[in-house]
Every structure is written in C-alpha cells, then in structure tokens.
Design a protein around this ligand. Structure first.
Ligand code: BGC
Length: 807
C-alpha cells in the first residue's frame, strides 16, 4: 500500500513537473515570439526638437538641426517618402514590414493605447512614430480600464454595420463615420480596422452583423461613405476582409472556390466601389484562400486588380496572423504583416539574405508604409486629448440607429396610441444587446435596454412582467454576468429565456395595454451561427409568441415583437401571429432609446432590409455549400493565433465546407437567386414599412454621354412626415447571357418629406455599370439593346418601369 502510494506520488510529481515545464515553455515561446520581441524598437520617448526657418516651425525629427525634406510638411507625401526611404537601414526596413506583436492588444508593456489590436514599429533614430491600429466596425475596441489609472476610457458602441446599411442613407453613414473617426483621433488611434465589407453570402456567417449586405452596390456605397467620414478626421480606415471571406468556420485555412465572374460581380465589386470612391488608407486582406492561394499571398488580387486595375494607393495589411509565407505576402503586395511575430521577422530577414525577397520588393512595401505614417496625425505630433465627446456621439448613435431599424409588419399597432402599461417579455427586453462579439465588440459605458428607455419616456412596465424577469435573473445569476470578451467571442450564447405559463400571461394581459416581446441573438468571429435555436426560434420562444398572441388577442390587445438580432432569423412560421414586428438589429449603446423613438412615433421608420429574409434556410443559393455546426474551441483559437495559418492538408483529408467551400451558386447570391428561381421569401431585399405611404410618378429616363439619367417624383400621400428609400434596379429581359433578373444599380434616401409634399430625385448611372464579367475574355462587357429600369421601394415592390436603349 505504502509502495503504491509512493509510486503514485512519484507519477503525479512527474506529470506536474512536465506540465509546469510545458506551460513555461509555451509562455516563454508566446512571450518572446508574439509579445515582447520588439520592445527596444517601440520606444517612443525620443526627444523631438523644433527648428524655426523663416519664422516657420518644423519638427527636427532626426535632430540634425536641419530641415530635411521628409520633415517638411509642405512637401508632397511622395517627396517626403522618397527622401526618407534611403535613410533607413535594411534592418529598419524589414522591421517596418511587420507589427510589434500583441502586447498592445493585451495591454501590457509600453503601450500608448492598451487594447488596440496592433501597431506599426517606430524608428526612434529618425523620429518615426508608431501608428496605433484598433478595431473596429461598430466603434473603437480599446480597454476601458488601464493599470494604475482611475480614468475610464469608454468608447461609443455605434450601431452594427448591418444596421447602418439598413439606413440606405449615405450622408447619415458619413456622419457616423465622422464621429467614429473623431473618437479614434481623440484616443490616439491612427487606423480603424473597419468597416467590414464582406458580402452576406449566407445568413449564418457569424460575422454578418459586422458586414453590410448581400448586395455589392449597397455595400460599396455605404462603405465608401463610412470611410470618407472616418478619414475626414485625419485617421485612416481599413475596409476588410479582402476578399471572399464569407464564413468563420475554419477561417484561417478555408479555401473559397469562386468563379471569376462571381468574384468580379459580387465579391470584389463592393471593394472596387470603395477604392474608387474613397481611396482608403489601408485594406485588410482576409484569412482565407481564394481558389487555392491565400489572399494575402495573391499578386493577382493585391497588385494586378487592386492597384493596377483600380488604382489603389494605400497599404494592404494582413488579418491577424493571417497567411503562411511572409515573403510571398510582401511579394504579392501585402505590405504590412500584423500583428507581427519574431518568426515572421526572422523569415523576412532570411528571405532577403537568401535573395528570395529583393530590396526592390521590400522598398515598395516600405514606401507605402512610410507614406501612411507621414499622412498620419502622429507625424505632426498631434496631441490627442483622451476626451472624446461621448455625449455627442451617443446622440448620433441614437439617431442613426432609429433610421436603420426595419418595420416588417404593422397592423394598426405603431406608433403607440393610448398605451401606458406595457407587459415587457423576453429576457432580452431587460438586457439589450448593443453589438456582436469579437473584434466587432466595443467597451461602452452603458447600453440602454428597452426597459430603461420605456420608463424614461413615461411608459409603465407591467409590474408582474418585471417581477417575473427579476426572479428569472436571480435564478440564473451566473448566466446574466457580463462575460469576459474573449469567452464571449468563443461562446456568444445569451442567458436562458424565461418560461411564461399561460396563467401568468393571462395576468399580464389583464393588467397591461400591450405586450412587447424581444427576441435576442448574438454571434461573432471564429464560429458561424446554427440553424437550430438561432436561425429558427427555440421551442420556448415560439411558445412564448404563440401563447402571448392568443391571450392578448382574446382581450383585444396587441403584441409587438422586437428583434434584437445581428442578422437574419426565420420569420415565416410565426409572422402572422403578432400585430407588429420591428427589426431593431443590434443598435449600439442607445438601442432601447432608438426603439422607443420609433414605437412612440418620434421617428417614422425608414430602414429597409439589406438582405433577404428567406422562408427556409435551405432556400438560399449557398445553402448546400455552407458549414453547419462546427464551433471553434479556445485551443483552435489560440493555435491559429500563435502559429498562423497551417500548411495545406493532403486533398484526401480535406472536408467540404471546412477546408474548402465551393461557391457553386456563382453570382446568384441573395435576391439574385430568389428572383431567378422565383422562390417566395419572407421579406425581400430592400423591404421596410413606414408610418406613411409614398407615391412614385413622373419617371424620366435618358442616356447622355454614357450616363443613364433617371428622374422620379416621390409624394408623401399618407399622414406622417417620413423618408423613403428609392431603389433603381436594371433588368435585361431578352439577355443572351445567364444573368440575374434584376440588379441594384443605384439608390437614394430622401430627406424628410412632409405630408402632401413631393420631391424630385435624380440618379446618374454610368452605362458601364450595366456590364457583366465575360469569363472567356476576362473583361467587363456590355450587351447592346433594351434594358428595363425598375424603380422600386423594395426588390419586389417595383413602382415604375421605363426603358433605355444601350447602343
Ligand atoms: C479579425 C479582424 C480584426 C483583427 C484584430 C482578427 O481576428 O478577423 O477583423 O481586425 O483580429 O483584432
């Protein structure tokens, strides 16, 4: 017995020692390879002196008492870069090609902005500062709390990308971008890692909430407006993830197999519009491969198309730890490797020494990075305040959020009249979701729930419904605690839903004027959503809606459903039950207030869906080729973070939709598919109700100098002032090629139109926009002949049709 005990102790001790050695080695490896390998070069305490020449002050960055060209802000960026580049040693150049590691993201070490996802490295000898790169699409993601500092560094949680696209309002999105950019500037962030502009290929992509739409024109136009807004502050934007990154499952290795035509007309198109209309400072390449090559290593994508064809002038950076071969990345035109590791640094040095990476290739990327640094506010020693105007930005959030919410159904229910006491149901009503998880998340100071907002506006929350929630929260205390963001990303699930026995609902109905039920959903990077209990309602949710509608209707009272979701959910099986349905999306920190602005009638809803709500998930063109049910674990996540993308598996070991995904549907994404196959949908692309009605008339179309000019008159014929989104589609009924029935070409949102008032809108569509990608000739081509111009209030509500002849 004694011997058994002794040997057990021995075995346990050995295991313990081995465990400690492994943990220490892993920590040491992680720390020296990913965290602290650049510390000496991130030192920013260089003492910059000013010099005065002819009464003007300049920063003498290299301390030589002279004004060098690169220090002279009157010179063009090109001239300054040309002067600076030869001053760098090859070691400094290679160092600039990658970031300084993950210490800023983790918030350790000598950090300017703890929580920022990455940095570039500085060159103290020449007075070249580090740039700070921070997520993301719904506002800055930096740590709100800093070591030895009582101040809180909260950021505004703006509405998610999908909501902003649902506004269809380019000016408003530009205003949101200006606010986001000003917050970045105030916190000393130089580049925002956003917006997210991938296409909603399938409703269950875990990051669709960060992205805009299933349509590339809406994506491109909204994206360009956002970027122009952000960059008007002198900070950069980084539209991401270039390109065909449409699922999260296996995101570091997945190979998207896509036809050239679908690439050009769908997946590249949004980026093309963005480059041409906003020339962003940076673009982030994606994790995935396209047709067998990592996008970050693809010269055809990053150089031939992006730069040579579209004229892109900014830098390309990798997604975090993305790609596999650093020297191939630089050669392809991926200038900056983020967040940077010691291994990458060593690989690049070796590639240079072996002659595999030439000085010319290094210089090209370094020049672009220097251009970015010179453009930044850091280069003029901008003194950031750390005091953003959070109150002002909260107001923009509230206003933009209410404009992007989409009213799906309204049977004489909204806006509320004679409503005082509200039976508030569904756990999310009390616990609103501001935005998704992962890098699309924000550390905001507060989120206004529907409950808070209703009370604030003078409504009463039914006492019993409130008590029911409080009891439920007590019973599930742990589930309601705020999760650590990393854990929330790997498990974005929400607290459990409340059980409402019919007897209880009857009590609610007797003592209230209306029921509001909120259905909540959340998701984020690393995993895709599931059909069960996510796209579909859970049993408990279906039961709650069904029973509440039955009981309230039996007393002549109404039920409103609020969808606090990041993407599409199933509605066809239950949307006949409630009296009204409002898609509130995840609307940022003012969510509850924005919902109440709509239901109380302060704001007339004018949002329209940027994607189709299908009847069934399987109706989608991409349904056969999308992963289902694979959840990322902490180990998957950490391994991908430390090792980057792994080597390709042998073909026979590859699994469909995980290792590779075939985009078999081609250009038939979203409404392009549903229209072509004549499939009924629950709510079509572009759909959304208003409290008023609009009349469309006086359509005029002419073609002049290769521009199709369309004018249309819109009259408010209802009884509420309101805004309308006018959508222009084109169609080529007698086309000789296989092409979508109709495609969005242009859109405008009106200003507020008063009751009885009319306004005229003009659209200018370059004739070249009617082209399709001819795969055989590898070129955009246009079919001659008659095109229908369809003017709609949604993709399936075409109000006016005209024709134009293209010769
Ligand atoms: C995401 C990027 C993000 C980056 C830095 C990656 O995991 O895919 O969108 O910008 O992390 O946080």
């Amino acid at each position: 017995m004694n011997r058994v005990l002794k040997s057990s102790i021995k075995v346990i001790s050995i295991i313990l020692v081995l465990f400690i050695i492994t943990a220490l080695s892993a920590y040491f490896y992680f720390s020296s390879n990913v965290l602290t390998f650049e510390t000496t070069y991130s030192d920013e305490n260089f003492d910059l002196q000013e010099i005065t020449i002819k009464g003007r002050k300049y920063i003498d960055r290299n301390g030589n008492n002279k004004l060098d060209l690169y220090e002279d802000h009157r010179q063009t960026i090109g001239t300054r870069v040309e002067d600076l580049l030869p001053r760098l040693t090859i070691e400094e150049k290679i160092r600039l090609l990658k970031g300084s590691g993950m210490s800023s993201a983790i918030g350790i070490g000598d950090n300017l902005v703890p929580g920022a996802a990455g940095t570039t490295v500085g060159i103290p000898r020449l007075g070249i500062p580090r740039l700070i790169l921070s997520d993301g699409p719904a506002g800055l993601r930096i740590h709100s709390v800093r070591e030895n500092d009582d101040k809180k560094y909260y950021c505004t949680a703006f509405p998610i990308g999908t909501l902003l696209a649902s506004t269809w309002n380019k000016e408003l999105v530009n205003e949101v971008g200006r606010a986001m950019g000003s917050e970045a500037l105030d916190y000393g962030v130089d580049l925002i890692l956003g917006p997210g502009v991938n296409i909603h290929r399938h409703p269950l992509c875990g990051r669709n909430f960060e992205y805009y739409s299933e349509d590339p024109i809406l994506t491109g136009e909204i994206g360009a407006s956002m970027i122009n807004g952000i960059e008007s502050n002198g900070v950069g934007a980084t539209p991401k993830h270039f390109v065909a990154n449409n699922q999260e499952t296996s995101r570091n290795i997945n190979n998207s197999i896509v036809s050239d035509r679908a690439m050009r007309e769908i997946y590249l198109k949004g980026f093309e519009i963005i480059v041409k209309k906003s020339q962003p400072w940076a673009i982030m390449s994606s994790y995935n491969k396209v047709n067998g090559v990592y996008t970050s290593e693809s010269k055809p994508l990053l150089t031939d198309i992006l730069r040579d064809e579209w004229g892109y002038e900014g830098i390309v950076m990798t997604d975090w730890f993305g790609g596999n071969n650093p020297s191939e990345q630089i050669k392809a035109g991926n200038d900056l490797l983020e967040p940077g590791t010691k291994n990458i640094w060593d690989d690049l040095t070796k590639a240079y020494e072996d002659g595999d990476l030439s000085l010319k290739e290094i210089d090209l990327s370094v020049s672009r990075i220097l251009g970015l640094i010179i453009k930044s506010k850091k280069m003029s020693n901008y003194d950031f305040t750390n005091e953003p105007d959070l109150d002002k930005n909260a107001l923009i959030t509230r206003r933009s959020a209410s404009e992007g919410m989409v009213l799906l159904k309204n049977e004489a229910t909204l806006p509320f009249k004679d409503i005082k006491n509200i039976a508030l149901m569904g756990s999310t009503s009390f616990n609103f979701i501001a935005g998704g998880t992962g890098s699309g998340d924000v550390e905001e100071a507060y989120t206004v729930s529907l409950e808070d907002a209703l009370l604030e506006s003078g409504y009463e929350i039914n006492k019993l419904s409130k008590e029911t929630f409080e009891l439920h929260r007590k019973e599930n205390e742990e589930a309601f605690e705020k999760k650590n963001p990393l854990f929330a990303m790997l498990d974005p699930s929400l607290p459990p839903e409340i059980d409402y026995p019919i007897k209880l609902i009857k009590e609610f109905a007797k003592t209230s004027d209306i029921a509001i039920i909120t259905i909540g959903r959340n998701s984020g990077e690393t995993s895709d959503r599931l059909e069960k209990d996510d796209f579909l309602l859970s049993k408990k949710e279906s039961q709650m809606i069904k029973n509440t509608c039955e009981v309230f209707h039996s007393l002549g009272k109404k039920v409103l459903i609020v969808l606090n979701v990041g993407g599409v959910i199933e509605t066809a099986s239950w949307n006949d039950l409630p009296d009204a349905i409002l898609v509130a999306w995840q609307a940022g920190q003012e969510s509850g207030n924005s919902v109440v602005d709509i239901i109380s009638g302060v704001v007339n809803p004018s949002g329209k869906l940027p994607m189709t709500f299908p009847v069934n998930l399987s109706d989608h063109g991409s349904a056969k080729n999308f992963p289902s049910g694979v959840k990322a674990t902490m180990t998957d996540f950490l391994m991908a973070s430390i090792t980057g993308s792994s080597e390709e598996k042998p073909k026979e070991d590859q699994t469909k939709n995980i290792d590779y995904t075939i985009y078999e549907e081609g250009v038939y994404v979203g409404y392009r598919h549903f229209d072509k196959k004549e499939i009924d949908v629950s709510y079509p692309f572009g759909y959304g109700l208003s409290y008023t009605e609009f009349d469309y008339s006086d359509l005029k179309i002419k073609e002049e100098e290769n521009v199709i000019k369309v004018t249309v008159k819109i009259t408010n014929i209802g009884s509420f002032p309101g805004k309308e989104v006018i959508q222009i589609y084109t169609s080529k009924p007698d086309s000789n090629i296989d092409r979508p029935i109709k495609e969005l070409r242009s859109f405008e949102k009106t200003s507020n139109i008063e009751v009885g008032e009319s306004i005229n809108l003009n659209f200018n569509i370059p004739t070249s926009e009617l082209s399709y990608w001819n795969v055989e000739n590898s070129s955009w081509e246009i079919e001659k002949g008659v095109y229908d111009i369809l003017v709609g209030s949604s993709s399936r509500d075409i109000e006016l049709i005209g024709q134009v002849y293209i010769n």
